[in-house]
Ligand binder design. Structure first.
Ligand code: ARG
Length: 467
């Protein structure tokens, strides 16, 4: 049956191991619905333009719809003899209609056909991803509201640096995912282009109207150049690049959940529905869901590198190498969908230990910068103030004190001349966060405004028209 594309050109068939090697039906099967949608629009145009008989077109369309139904209900499975989903549809149509099925492929090539299928497939999934991303941002807004008054230490170099409201920390992730949403919206423009009608690469000699199927399939524009139409895989690369950046954000968030749920940090716990036990150590509660959210980034980055490598150096126009785009895109779509299904619920089920977070925010001299700022406000040049406070911290640490507050008065007076101990009263974690009042900073009012802005953005973000 591999004869369909070989026609009379060859005497013999493909060697069986080669037939298996070339086949893509096992993984491009998921395109069948899109393939049929494209064929229905193509057939309608052929009839409209007088290229095929309208009655034949009607029978082709009925046959195609039957095939789609058989696929949806699981009655149709790939036939080993037909290498890809496109040949399967045509082959099955031939079984239904006989030789009349052969009119379907008039004025079309599998090159523009597969490009069209991938555009339809990705357009739908990008739209769905955009909706799911909103769900994640909504979960982050809820989490931010829930942790507005939880004070925690923020870190640089994984060293405790300055206290912040925990909501402020989560809102940093919301900002990343908002950028992802905007980036995706932009990428959607470049998937919203129809390649159908480009034929093998040069267009077709029939009097076709490529704008008719374009409009019927809801694409905004037609490719400007038919060679580009069949060669372009930028929209696949762009999706994979988008997904990679998104997974960087997911992975950083997941890493913090893993580390913060450790005994050593003890900042938070994952919900029981998101954790597992150990098969050997009965005391363990493992943050597997967060670990796998972090780990899933690897395969997504790999798919981006893989497809970049496939496309790099390919001469125009279609080359069979391009069949390798499928598994990269499909696995990425599946991965992103799984991540966006799990992550919002994971965030909703986090629980915190505000007492421990506050204590850690107060420890480790996290108010040292602000003590230096007080000195600077009293007229000491900031560099010198930094120097003096740094020296004080070193001496106190040597004496075993873990915070300024733990130092008795007589020791303070001896080691910190010219730094009134009373200043410490305005250097509590609560005071420190409230003193940072810029719109992007960590004072209560600032963080509330950030949450309000996120919620307003969610309200206003356009719900892309469903396709
Ligand atoms: N299965 C092929 C792919 O996924 C379809 C296009 C085949 N075209 C061709 N001229 N061999 O890319």
């Amino acid at each position: 049956m591999s004869g369909m594309a070989r026609g009379q050109r060859f005497d013999g068939g493909l060697r069986p191991e080669v037939e298996k090697f070339l086949a893509s039906a096992s993984f491009d099967w998921r395109l069948l619905g899109d393939d049929v949608a494209g064929s229905l629009a193509h057939v309608a145009m052929l009839a409209q333009a007088g290229i095929i008989d309208p009655e034949v077109a009607g029978r082709l369309q009925e046959g195609l719809q039957q095939i789609r139904h058989e696929w949806e209900t699981g009655q149709l499975t790939p036939d080993k003899g037909w290498e890809d989903v496109h040949m399967n549809v045509e082959g099955r149509l031939h079984q239904i209609l006989g030789p009349e099925a052969g009119y379907l492929h008039t004025a079309r090539s599998r090159n523009d056909q597969v490009a069209l299928d991938m555009h339809l497939y990705l357009r739908r999934h990008e739209h769905e991803t955009a909706q799911n991303l909103r769900g994640l941002l909504e979960a982050l807004a809820r989490l931010a509201r829930r942790t507005l008054d939880v004070i925690m230490p923020a870190y640089t170099h994984v060293q405790p640096a300055q206290p912040v409201r925990m909501a402020h920390h989560w809102l940093a992730y919301a900002a990343m995912f908002q950028r992802d949403a905007e980036r995706l919206q932009d990428a959607e423009k470049r998937v919203d282009i129809s390649p159908l009608g480009a034929g093998a690469l040069a267009g077709t000699p029939y009097p076709t109207d490529p704008h008719a199927p374009r409009a019927a399939l809801g694409f905004s524009t037609l490719y400007a150049n038919s060679i580009d139409a069949v060669s372009d895989r930028d929209y696949c690369l762009e999706y994979l690049a988008w997904a990679s950046i998104f997974m960087v954000h997911v992975s950083r968030l997941a890493e913090e959940l893993v580390v913060w749920s450790s005994r050593e940090f003890g900042f938070l716990s994952l919900g029981e529905g998101y954790s597992t036990g150990s098969s050997i150590m009965p005391q363990k509660k493992n943050p597997d869901t967060a670990e796998l959210l972090r780990g899933k980034s690897g395969r997504v980055f790999g798919h981006l590198m893989g497809l970049l490598t496939v496309v790099k150096g390919l001469p125009l126009a279609y080359n069979s190498d391009m069949q390798e785009d499928k598994e990269a895109v499909f696995d990425t779509v599946d991965t992103i969908e799984a991540v966006l299904t799990v992550l919002p619920g994971l965030l909703d089920h986090l629980t915190f230990d505000p007492g421990r977070l506050r204590a850690q925010a107060a420890a480790h001299y996290s108010n040292a910068t602000d003590l230096a700022d007080r000195l600077a406000a009293a007229g000491v040049p900031f560099r010198e103030a930094h120097h003096r406070v740094g020296g004080l911290v070193r001496q106190l640490l040597e004496k075993g004190y873990e915070s300024f507050e733990a130092v008795p008065d007589h020791v303070w007076d001896r080691l910190a001349p010219g730094i009134p101990r009373s200043w410490l009263g305005s250097l509590t974690p609560e005071a420190l966060v409230e003193q940072r009042r810029q719109p992007f900073a960590t004072a209560r009012q600032s963080v509330l405004q950030q949450i309000d802005r996120l919620e307003a953005w969610l309200q206003a973000a356009p719900q892309a028209p469903s396709t």
